[in-house]
Design a protein around this ligand. Sequence first.
Ligand SMILES: NC(=O)CC[C@H](N)C(=O)O
Length: 725
Amino acid sequence: MSANPVRLQAMRAVEATVAPPISFDPGEEPGAIFGQNVFSLTVMQKRLPTSVYKSVVSTIERSTPLDPDVADAVASAMKDWAMEKGATHYAHVFYPLTGLTAEKHDSFLDPVGDGTAFASFSGKTLVQGEPDASSFPNGGLRNTFEARGYTGWDVMSPAYVLENPNGNTLCIPTVFISMTGEALDHKTPVLRSQQAMSVHAKRVLTLFGHDDPDNVVAYCGPEQEYFLVDSHFFMARPDLLNAGRTLFGARPPKGQEFDDHYFGAIPERVLGFMMDTERELFKLGIPAKTRHNEVAPGQFEVAPMFERANEASDHQQLLMTTFKSVARKHGMECLFHEKPFDGVNGSGKHVNFSLGNAELGSLLVPGETPHDNAQFLVFCAAVIRGVHQYGGLLRASVASASNDHRLGANEAPPAIISVFLGDQLADVFDQIAKGGATRSKERGTLTIGVDTLPNLTKDPGDRNRTSPFAFTGNRFEFRAPGSNQTVAGPMVVLNTIMAEALDHCASFLEDAVAAGTDFNEAVQALLTQVISDHGAVIFNGNGYSEEWPVEAEQRGLKNLRTTVDALPELIAPEALALFSAYGVFNEREMHSRYEIGLEQYVLSVGVEANLTLEMGTTIVLPAALRYQTELAGNVAALKAAGVEADTSTLLSVSEPLAALRAGLADLGAALAHEHPADALAAATAVRDGVLPAMAAVRAAADTLEGLVADDLWSLPTYQEMLYVL
Ligand SMILES: NC(=O)CC[C@H](N)C(=O)O
């Protein structure tokens, strides 16, 4: 074991760690706690007069406006319920463009004027709040002197009581908008885009004979990957502490090459943590379903069941905060960074996406009959059209400085957005392209009934983990979103591109039918058109291969490697036209998101660069210099003793040491440059000037880590952080 005091102490402390007991009551019925802290429809049904309850349900299901009297009744019941659960405050929770969760707490107590106070909570307070919140990024949508921003209750996402050892709070999920009604958050566009998509999905469903269908919603099932690191190591790494990822660290002798961690037995300490998180999530009605070890050592995954996109997105944010706080209780730090450790697997948040409603289920499930299948194929075709036309927007929706390190490296999807259909579906679309599908690969049988559409089995064939957008039997999996990102961004783009594509499909079919074309023939013609116009986006091969970027370029698919390449997609004329046509964002809102994305990029690389400079100068350089001095002393002593001195070790250290010094000087110089005023120019300068300078410092430091005496190296190493839990 290392004699370096910092690391030694950390190791001893890890050894001595005793996991906290799980807060589990052995007599408890399974599932008894699920949703216990949620003001759910069931709770509302019990506590509200029937007419009020029905009115809320209608607002949720059919988007009817919320009546002020109904809001008052709901608020009163909600307050009583929350106070019974120990809540003293309520908070409008919102999701500003930092990607974090924001909350402003207010007490239920109102002073009466005679020195006493009573608890109150009106419909108006439930429905609307007014946090000052002027310091959130708004990309030019507000000036600080007109700081007003409003929060408004998202009726479709239930309120809940958040427990804290120091007191409980009633939390109300809200949208956050400016005085002029422009979106300052991630939730507003999810709701707007969902509405737009529903309008056109319903037109398609009506064409397929569904009479007055319910609203169609987007479902989202996010798979959250994360790393756990013992707190003692975490605290000894300023980079993890401040940037969430290691900026230094030589590859460990053993990485993930044995694939021995993936789905392996979950370490006892981690399992205890997982059970504890699940309990907290269950109380909040978050359906955490699956847990397992991931590819990299120290990496794990939790996957909740799919939910409506807006609720899934709120739950996802809550899940992340819950994981962070429970991990600390267990003496660990939960890392959501997309690439905390260089050279091993990064962390994604794969978004499983489908459309549907309670009445019809998922619309991306192959049906039992050719007629159902025709409907399914139209929805799939819409996905293909949407992803092909707006792949750049999907890429932009997952663009961040941290995700740039992950995409295309060590088993994460590439930055080129293509669609994987699986053998069966690819074969069907192939046949459609060649003039009408008559058989499905799996069954190999001719279809009967409504002419030429094939039967489809529900088994889609093999999975393809190298694709950023893969059909998995009853949904598509968008694999590019990063572990630290909100799922709202991708969901907004998915909903909006589906709105456009379904609008196109519905209009095509409506026109054809009006012109007297047989409906099935119209469907065939539509599918043929979509596949010949947009089939280039379908790629079933290996997305990690070296040939793919070359082929993708020939197909005209974009390869937007970095955030700086991707973000301009947001303000491309076709993107502005798309989002405004479907009422999701106006031009100002798009520009604000573009500016904020670039600003966040510059800020996060800036923090990392300053940290690299600081750690390089105050931790790595001194360790290397000490070792060099020790070696020089050894050479001098040998020479003095008249013994021939071997200087090779001294020289091998001196070389990277010189490179480190030069690298630090270059990085310092790169950081001293004033940023250009234009946001894109600033981000480009950072990408092309600062990032390479950081990489040069790291390369020299990582070489030194392999040379310097272990007792002089105080930064916990990759082997310690990844393997000691
Ligand atoms: N097994 C997996 O699905 C690996 C996925 C990978 N961690 C990613 O970044 O997306």
